[in-house]
Ligand binder design. Structure first.
Ligand code: ADP
Length: 506
């Protein structure tokens, strides 16, 4: 979950990146039963570059026939056992080859994401490589996730068996397009399911390519299908489909609520929902290096230009350091610049869409009513999609700026007096996704952590954590951030159903 600094070694220079992006194949066709499919109808949607408004692609807005074909292909593959009945080691080998293909294709996948949603290309390429590593970890875990024998009398044998859920639909967002899609799809495939992926209409191309790469790696036909389409059409049809067993979703809370209704209106399919967040970063007064601390806290809400569900968009400062830390936070924000995503060392880029930029600007204007803007970064692009980072101090923890998910580079600073006060403020939103606690006092960190309504909590005693082991952790959002275990080995088990098996023999 934690943002790590991108590995820029091996990333080509700016001209090269832009030129290569110009030549990347932009195939928006569906991938069903092992091959690309020509669109069935006339319905289309446009994928628009946030950099120049160019139409990057006009994929089909997949309709009922394509949805049925993709689900039927996934069902047929599941029913005949061509994937789920392979030995775990054989499945692991295919997924390792799939990970290797993704790593080889990381530049294309990354550039596609950048073209569509404007993420810095260096981050997007590094993200694709990280996604491949995540898939390798998944593959390595398959063989450790077997059934369990529970205490049984001599004449009996009781098993806790794990069965794949069947046809899993993954509906995924645009902020980390290929990475989030692959995290969901990889775990579902690892456990023997068949998958239909419906990526965001804002950035579908790299996700569609993932399905193609899986076939090149030897995944049997029909096991991984991917459909372009809008949420209101293709996404809704998939969510209402009676032959889908499980729906795994990352996106907004409003869509998560709609999916719960669709599941209820159709076949009561299992749901895994990771929705919005308004995460707190709670800062006690015992960490030195205010410059490094300020940078880490600001990175917590500006990473990916704030378009991140675990964004630490509320910074809660202890009274005792509030006046001391605020200028450092302001200075860290003022150093930030929005730049061209094709420049290799650009850290922050414009937002994914004009609509998103306008929404964030609306928050910034309304934030001025509830709080005081104390710092602003700059923008070197002059684009309408660019929104400079903003830092507000906010007195009322109930104001919109401190309550609503902004999904842009906007942070709200609040103050607290005691650990109990910090816990109360941190928990005082409708969300329950993530939080960070900054202190060297382990007992204090533990006391606070266990009270937080958040699926993912990281206690920092240092401003430079770097442990890829984070990806082995599982967590579960709560409240209106959703539900269902995500990440790590337990997250893989979310794509199985537990079966109690008793052999009464004696
Ligand atoms: P955001 O506002 O961040 O784009 P959304 O929740 O709208 O988040 O989108 C996340 C994913 O959910 C996308 O793939 C989108 O197409 C899909 N989606 C949006 N609305 C619906 C819906 N009513 N039914 C099914 N999928 C939807």
């Amino acid at each position: 979950m934690a943002e790590r600094a991108p590995e820029t070694a091996g990333i080509p220079a700016v001209d090269t990146l832009a030129q290569r992006a110009a030549h990347v194949v932009r195939d928006g066709r569906a991938f069903i039963c092992g091959k690309r499919q020509e669109p069935e109808g006339d319905a289309r949607f446009e994928v628009i570059s946030p950099m120049d408004g160019e139409v990057v692609a006009t994929p089909a807005d997949a309709g009922a026939r394509e949805v049925d074909a993709a689900v039927a292909a996934a069902r047929a593959a599941f029913a005949d056992g061509r994937w789920r009945n392979l030995a775990a080691s054989s499945r692991a080998k295919v997924l390792q080859r799939f990970a290797a293909r993704i790593a080889e294709d990381a530049e294309t996948l990354g550039l596609l994401d950048t073209l569509q949603m404007g993420k810095p290309a260096a981050h997007a390429i590094a993200g694709a490589r990280e996604a491949a590593e995540g898939l390798e970890v998944c593959a390595a875990q398959i063989e450790t996730l077997g059934d369990q024998i529970v205490p049984s009398a001599p004449g009996s044998l009781f098993l806790q068996a794990r069965r794949p859920r069947g046809v899993v639909v993954a509906i995924t967002p645009w902020n980390y397009p290929a990475q989030i899609a692959l995290a969901k799809v990889g775990a579902a495939l690892a456990m023997g399911n068949s998958v239909v992926l419906k990526p965001s209409e804002i950035a579908p191309l790299a996700c569609l390519r993932l399905a193609e790469l899986s076939a090149e790696a030897g995944l049997p036909d029909g096991v991984f299908n991917a459909l372009p389409g809008t949420g209101r059409r293709t996404g809704r049809m998939l969510a209402l489909h009676d032959d889908v067993d499980c729906l795994s979703f990352v996106g907004s809370t409003a869509t998560g609520q709609a999916l719960m209704q669709y599941a209820g209106q159709s076949n009561m399919k299992a749901l895994l929902l990771e929705c919005g967040g308004k995460s707190a970063q709670i800062v006690f007064d015992d960490l030195g290096d205010p410059v490094g601390l300020a940078e880490a806290l600001v990175n917590g809400f500006v990473a990916n230009s704030g378009q991140i569900c675990v964004s630490g968009s509320r910074i809660l400062l202890a009274d005792s350091i509030y006046d001391h830390m605020l200028p450092y936070l302001a200075a860290a924000v003022e150093r930030l610049m929005i730049g061209d995503p094709m420049v290799p060392d650009t850290a922050l880029s414009p937002l994914a869409t004009l609509a998103q930029a306008e929404k964030v600007r609306g928050f910034i204007e309304s934030g001025c009513d509830a709080g005081r803007c104390v710092a602003k970064g700059s923008d070197t692009t002059g684009l309408d999609t660019a929104v400079a980072p903003h830092l507000f101090v906010v007195k009322d923890p109930d104001c919109r700026m401190a309550q609503e998910e902004i999904f842009g580079p906007v942070g709200a600073v609040l103050r607290f007096s005691t650990p109990e006060d910090a816990i109360r403020i941190a928990n005082a939103t409708r969300y329950g996704l993530a939080a960070t606690v900054w202190t060297r006092d382990v007992a204090l960190a533990h006391r606070v952590t266990r009270e937080l309504n958040a699926g993912f909590v990281f206690a920092h005693a240092t401003t430079q954590p770097s442990d890829p082991g984070v990806r082995s952790l599982s967590g579960e959002p709560c409240r209106m951030s959703g539900f269902g275990i995500d990440g790590g080995a337990l997250g893989m088990l979310s794509y199985t159903r537990l079966q109690a098996v008793g052999y009464l023999l004696g």
